[in-house]
Design a binder for this molecule. Sequence first.
Ligand SMILES: Nc1nc2c(ncn2[C@@H]2O[C@H](COP(=O)(O)OP(=O)(O)O)[C@@H](O)[C@H]2O)c(=O)[nH]1
Ligand SMILES: [Mg+2]
Length: 193
Amino acid sequence: MGVLKIVVTGAFNSGKSTFIKTLSEVVPIETEAKITTYGRRLKPTTTVALDYGRIRVADDLVVHLFGTPGQRRFSFMWRVLARGMHGYILLVDSADPSSVDEARYVYAFFRRNWNLPHIVGANKQDLPSALPPEHVRALLSVPPDTPVVPLVATDPHSVKSALLTLVDHMIEWYAKKSEQSRHDAVLSSQRLL
Ligand SMILES: Nc1nc2c(ncn2[C@@H]2O[C@H](COP(=O)(O)OP(=O)(O)O)[C@@H](O)[C@H]2O)c(=O)[nH]1
Ligand SMILES: [Mg+2]
């Protein structure tokens, strides 16, 4: 039985808790608290520690999902949740250009700390003002080999398809990596001869 740990990250209000709630086959664990500060006008509560959900994506593969709190003052939790992760998805609120700076900050933090396979979810594509995924890619300077997928976190088909894209991307990434380390091992043994 394979087990993957995937972290769902992104700015405040990008849809992380919704994504996990829509995907999870078990009752998701949420740690919502009432917002008393500036974000109050966007939504009444925010995730303070984590969201947790679980889904079986194949007979022999279970995915554990951990959602991060979006606000920077809880960012000490990002490292805690990221420990041992195999990959992550960064969610972006495509309909809120004012959240792009914060999304960039979170993305830079993750890329600086972990060289791991990931995808970007251009969320809230059901809203008329949503920027298309390729626009989100450009705004966040996402590398060409990293998928940016259109996403509606409230739609079970959409979240499942995003998760499968991430899992496929991870499998390919790890296969390439082990190929590379085999290659490096051969090179260094030749150097020893
Ligand atoms: N229209 C629309 N609203 C969404 C979507 N995903 C999340 N939301 C809403 O956006 C708000 C923030 O979502 P939430 O999951 O709490 O964001 P988080 O702060 O990243 O955990 C909530 O009101 C959600 O109902 C989506 O795909 N489309
Ligand atoms: Mg949340």
